[in-house]
Design a protein around this ligand. Structure first.
Ligand SMILES: [Zn+2]
Length: 329
């Protein structure tokens, strides 16, 4: 990496970026059974061994059993009655329906007022009764601990608990959840979430660097010698607030001791491994860069977001004079 692009990669990590999935479900409370089922005022599962059929993989079934096992030890304290959940073995063909059916699904589209929750279950109590089997949905693709947590949370709703009930660490409405491990941005051919990127100049760069930005983006549109995906399209927009990539000239910046450029990346880390999986924004800071030299810096930093190894020769091989003036991709 060229020393004039000193220091350059600073990742600003945005955690908890599980798109739409940071929140655990809102329970539906509309599952109503006949009142005659609840004549004694007891929860329909009170004192029962509740049979559970899981529709999912062996892993998911085991995690569901783990999550529900929480209540064998804790239902008395938090729900006020004893209960045990027994998950049926796969392939079992019992004569009667299970009490609860747990379905692992790609997407839980809605649950009550919450869109794209991690799970959904009816909140059962003495007055709702239960129309067996009660159906619970759990989003697939979450990491083991998150899956157990979501299952335990939904199990709490089956026992009548709300989001304000104890235990808070199980029943709270919003929790940070992690997905199964995903490929980090640095390993992905296109670490952005789509193949159309918008770019804006900020501050006094709008007029000063406009033609150099066009040179840089023309090089990117050509494929940057194979360093960016072939289907990538880039376009310039006016408003930096809405752009994927912002090019911002600054007089000085802590990111580099002298003249040069720096790249700041933002993204999400849904699997919680501490590395960004998908970029959501980038800022290329030009620190004291002459107008003529901006094209090479912008092209180099833009290509850098794709992490395809060494920069192409047209970037790395450009001599100092070309970088300062004649480099037009
Ligand atoms: Zn809930």
């Amino acid at each position: 990496m060229d020393s004039r692009r000193a220091g350059v990669l600073v990742a600003l990590l945005v955690l908890g970026g599980l798109a739409g999935c940071g929140a655990l479900l809102e329970e539906t409370d509309s599952l109503s059974g006949p009142d005659s089922l609840t004549g004694d005022g007891e929860h329909p599962f009170a004192g029962e061994t509740v049979t559970v059929a899981v529709e999912g993989s062996d892993r998911e079934r085991a995690l569901a059993a783990d999550g529900l096992a929480y209540w064998a030890d804790n239902a008395t304290e938090y729900a006020g009655f004893d209960v045990a959940f027994r998950v049926r073995s796969p392939g079992a063909t019992p004569a009667r329906e299970p009490d609860v059916r747990v379905r692992f699904v790609e997407t839980v589209t809605a649950c009550g007022d919450t869109e794209f929750p991690a799970g959904c279950a009816p909140r059962l109590n003495a007055s709702t009764g239960v129309d067996r089997p009660a159906t619970v949905q759990i989003r697939r693709g979450l990491a083991n601990d998150s899956t157990r947590l979501v299952v335990a949370h939904e199990g709490g709703h089956l026992l009548g608990l709300t989001h304000t009930d104890r235990p808070r660490d199980v029943m709270a409405h919003e929790r940070d959840l992690a997905t199964l491990p995903r490929q980090d941005a640095a390993e992905r051919a296109n670490p952005w979430n789509d193949s159309t990127l918008t770019v804006a100049l900020a501050g006094d760069g709008r007029s000063r660097y406009r033609s150099e930005l066009d040179y840089a983006l023309a090089y990117v549109r050509e494929g940057a010698d194979g360093a960016v995906p072939a289907n990538l399209s880039v376009r310039v927009v006016d408003d930096p607030a809405t752009a994927d990539v912002v090019v911002r000239p600054v007089a000085t910046d802590g990111c580099t001791a002298g003249e040069g450029s720096c790249l700041f990346l933002e993204g999400t880390d849904p699997d919680g491994d501490g590395a960004i999986e998908t970029y959501t924004g980038a800022e290329i800071r030009l620190v004291g860069v002459d107008a003529d030299a901006a094209g090479w810096h912008v092209a180099s930093q833009f290509v850098e977001t794709f992490h395809t190894g060494d920069d192409p020769d047209r970037l790395d091989g450009a001599n100092a004079r070309e970088r300062r003036g004649d480099w037009h991709g």
